[in-house]
Design a protein around this ligand. Sequence first.
Ligand SMILES: C[S@@+](CC[C@H](N)C(=O)[O-])C[C@H]1O[C@@H](n2cnc3c(N)ncnc32)[C@H](O)[C@@H]1O
Length: 156
Amino acid sequence: MKTVLLQVGKTVNKHFVTIIDDYVGRIGHYMPFEIVTIPELKNTKGLSEAQQKQAEGELILRQLQPSDTVVLLDEHGKQMRSIEFAAWLEQKRATARRLVFIIGGPYGFSPAVYQRANHQISLSMMTFSHQMIRMTFTEQIYRACTIIKGEPYHHE
Ligand SMILES: C[S@@+](CC[C@H](N)C(=O)[O-])C[C@H]1O[C@@H](n2cnc3c(N)ncnc32)[C@H](O)[C@@H]1O
């Protein structure tokens, strides 16, 4: 089963790219994992915030297959400790055809994307930039992989 992280817009900061690439490489030792980037529509065609969210939402939905288990990263979602997230991930990986995590654009998700989602998870009650959260989340996936394998990376 493949796990995908769908993100809106390329990662701009080269330091972030280095860190994310490092975690993606590490995760690849544990499970098939891929980042898919859809374009961020900021400043194109003079779109309003709502129009940008809707247009990006349509691009997101186009990437999804009906059988996908879709998990939105959203500050209002369910919060879990890393150990809980590891157990959750292990269970989803055993049952889902394809697990797709999605990080929204700068304005978040359109109503249609919320409607399609199967789960929403929050990494904190605070808001992170759509660029920065990628580092935090890939690190958490790597951490979960090591917890599942019983490896000593995670300490409580
Ligand atoms: C700048 S935030 C969007 C904020 C927007 N006002 C909203 O309500 O979603 C951009 C994206 O980063 C992710 N994000 C930011 N903070 C997060 C958090 N604490 N937990 C999970 N995801 C977060 C979400 O995917 C969000 O769509």
